[in-house]
Design a protein around this ligand. Structure first.
Ligand code: HXC
Length: 260
């Protein structure tokens, strides 16, 4: 039986696609610990389910997520957050090896912006509002905002966003390369499902390898990254799908992937 969740909704809007909808509408999807526990559990299921090729992560029209849950955090003390490694469970999203497409409408602030940046592709509604307002709460981004935003949009822009706490628009996010595109209002989930559906039709081993390769560009020097890429490329010659894909091309047929 499918697990039941209180803070997220799960559906299967297209073959091979799991749609995870953050669902704390009254709190604008503030990312509480229970929500993250459920998100991680859903991703763990998607990781081991061979029928899942890609995931779409979204929120509501008004908010992808308005940040970490401030009310949950406000009374915490240093020793507690340090000893329990508060926020460690957020990083599980980045360990998920299948592609995640974020469909962002409305607020993606603080931890919400950071969660979107943990995804592999971000599509934005024209209503999307991004920002790292933590400075206004007496703290700083704690789930990758100072790092991933800087990688994505460059130091000067990231500094301005993180130091002033001012929000930025979907159009700015697209112009700066944080999101891949801004889609028509009301269509961001459909568009994200379309992209995820296209990915889910590819061979899973090649897809995971491609994700691993692109991510290596964020972790490693150019030479090390190129080495990882070459090794991943070589490894794919040990798969059925490489034989199937290249044979299908030569025979002018459609490949039927085996995901092996
Ligand atoms: C807890 C939140 C919340 C949050 C909104 N709510 N954001 N609760 N944590 N991050 C709650 C409000 O308290 C309110 O609850 C309800 O959601 C609706 O929000 P309103 O403020 O009434 O809505 P609105 O006036 O439309 O303003 C929307 C908003 C504002 C501009 C997005 O809610 C806002 O500024 N939110 C906080 C944004 C923020 O600072 N995010 C960063 C969080 S720190 P009630 O009960 O009053 O109806 C962070 C740290 C990351 O993310 C570090 C590592 C993860």
């Amino acid at each position: 039986t499918a697990p039941t969740y209180d803070n997220i909704l799960l559906s299967n809007p297209a073959p091979g696609v799991t749609l995870i909808t953050l669902n704390r509408p009254k709190a604008l999807n503030a990312l509480s610990s229970p929500l993250f526990t459920e998100l991680n559990a859903a991703l763990r299921d998607a990781a081991t389910d061979d029928s899942v090729g890609a995931v779409v992560l979204t929120g509501s029209d008004k908010a992808f997520a308005a940040g970490a849950d401030i009310k949950e955090m406000m009374n915490k003390e240093f020793a507690e957050v340090y000893k329990s490694d508060f926020l460690a469970h957020w990083t599980e999203v980045t360990k998920f090896r299948k592609p995640i497409v974020a469909a962002v409408s409305g607020y993606a602030l603080g931890g919400g912006c950071e969660l979107a940046m943990m995804c592999d592709i971000i599509l934005a509604s024209p209503t999307a509002v991004f920002g790292q307002p933590e400075i206004n709460l007496g703290v700083i981004p704690g789930a990758g905002g100072t790092q991933r935003l800087t990688h994505a949009i460059g130091k000067s822009r990231a500094m301005e966003i993180v130091l002033t706490g001012k929000n930025f628009s979907a159009q700015d996010a697209a112009a700066w390369g944080l999101v891949s595109r801004v889609v028509e209002e009301g269509s961001v989930v459909d568009e994200a499902v379309k992209v995820a559906g296209q990915i889910a039709k590819k061979g899973r081993v090649a897809v995971q390898s491609a994700k691993e390769g692109v991510n290596a560009a964020y972790e490693l020097s150019l030479n090390e990254g190129l080495h990882v890429e070459r090794r991943l490329f070589h490894q794919l010659f040990a798969t059925n799908d490489q034989k199937i894909g290249m044979k299908a091309f030569a025979e002018k047929k459609k490949p039927e992937w085996t995901h092996k």
